[in-house]
Design a protein around this ligand. Structure first.
Ligand SMILES: Cc1ncc(COP(=O)(O)O)c(C=O)c1O
Length: 397
């Protein structure tokens, strides 16, 4: 069959999480009470004022195309939000897209040439390497470990840069590890970016989800790299708006013009109704976001404490996002009945069938010794899942 599909399609891998998702549906259909810890989306409903704004938009007839780059009111609010973080953006330096996922692809398509190298710290969000390849560039992995809490160092970055390096993809807080770079760590990374002149794509989609008053920073607050920065953010995670599909890229000309031009030929504007709804996200009572954050932090504390007490599991405490990323390699080579654990993929199948808990294998994130557990689900679900996971792991010998 491969001769019937394009070389482009053949070089892209489908989502590795799909095997798990398909298995979850199959087991649920068979009546098994599977607890989903795989989802990359908040379990909270979208806040009511956002839904109301969407209904009003429909009634007001905002159901037609908008400007390709998004409605001006939204770009004004996005610029104000970024400038409040220390940036210096005008509304025409923003392209609103159908989710942050599209904004990342727009960023890559606007800057990369065939053969360019894009530095990608691992563990990484599953779409980055595939999107880099879609932009005809090559992902170059920067490995990290628990010893640095899954963060790269400025020295490591500097050593990895050569004359083919076009860009660094930077994602703090991180999906899948929940790691957050401190302000001083970011200062050091920015120095290397400035010195070497590479682009930095900063995906800050989890920026509002940082716990314990940990001091981090947005990359927009570094004017010295303003011309090298491609800032991606969106509404999915912070405002529980995954289904509305609104994200954005902020960058200086000529990059932002290129992104607009590219988007104008493959999706045009993001959903009009969702754009009007997103305006309301900026006017939400801060308590709404704070309540979600407090609940995520409570769950994070709970899952961290439970996992760190399980024999053989090692895990740094996540500081942001809503994932925890335990290292389960202690169990490699162990078995229970028909189940033999050789990989994180084997472990997720085992946990699905023996603990009725769906997690995502680390292979999806370039980290084959780990599993990703999302705590964007109720405390009751987390308690049951952890009880069942603990029992299942004890069965492995
Ligand atoms: C790091 C990261 N970037 C981007 C996205 C895409 O978000 P959106 O739903 O806005 O496309 C996700 C979603 O999982 C993510 O985890």
């Amino acid at each position: 069959m491969s001769n019937k599909t394009s070389a482009f399609a053949n070089k892209i891998e489908g989502s590795k999480t799909l095997a798990v998702t398909a298995k979850v549906s199959e087991l649920r259909r068979a009546g098994k009470p599977i607890i989903g810890l795989g989802a990359g989306e908040p379990d909270f409903p979208t806040p009511e004022p956002i839904c109301t704004a969407a209904k009003k938009a429909i009634d007001a007839g905002y159901t037609k195309y908008t400007a390709n780059v998004g409605i001006l009111e939204l770009r004004e609010k996005i610029a104000a939000y970024l400038n409040n973080l220390g940036g210096n953006f005008l509304p025409n330096e923003i392209v609103v897209s159908s989710g942050a996922k599209q904004a990342v692809l727009n960023a890559l398509l606007s800057t990369c040439n065939p053969g360019d190298e894009v530095l990608l710290p691992a563990p990484y969000w599953t779409s980055y390497p595939e999107q880099i390849k879609m932009a005809s560039a090559e992902p170059v992995i920067l490995p990290t470990s628990e010893l640095t809490e899954y963060k790269i160092t400025a020295e490591q970055l500097e050593k990895a840069i050569n004359n083919k390096t076009r860009m660094l993809i930077f994602n703090s807080p991180s999906n899948p590890t929940g790691a957050v770079y401190s302000k001083s760590e970011i200062d050091e990374i920015v120095k290397v970016v400035e010195k070497t002149g590479i682009f930095i794509l900063s995906d800050e989609i989890y920026l509002e989800l940082i716990y314990d008053n940990f001091v981090s920073a947005s990359l927009v607050a570094y004017p010295e790299i303003a011309d090298q920065l491609l800032l991606v953010n969106g509404f999915s995670k912070a405002y529980s708006m995954t289904g509305w599909r609104v994200g954005y890229l902020a960058a200086k000309t000529p990059i932002i013009s290129a992104a607009g031009k590219i988007q104008s030929h493959y999706t045009s504007n993001a959903c009009t109704i969702s754009q009007y709804a997103s305006l309301a996200a900026f006017d939400l009572d801060s308590k709404v976001l704070e309540n979600m954050k407090v609940e995520f932090a409570r769950r994070r504390d709970y899952v961290y404490e439970r996992f760190s007490k399980i024999h053989g599991i090692t895990v740094p405490k996540p500081v942001g996002a809503f994932y925890i990323f335990p290292n389960i390699s202690h169990y490699f080579g162990k078995s229970h009945g028909e189940y033999v654990i050789h990989s994180a993929m084997d472990m997720s199948t085992f946990l699905l069938e023996s603990a009725h808990s769906a997690v995502v294998p680390g292979e999806a994130f370039g980290a084959p010794q780990n599993i990703r557990v999302s705590y964007a689900t109720s405390m009751e679900n987390l308690q049951s899942a952890l009880d069942q996971i603990e029992v299942a792991l004890q069965m492995l010998h």
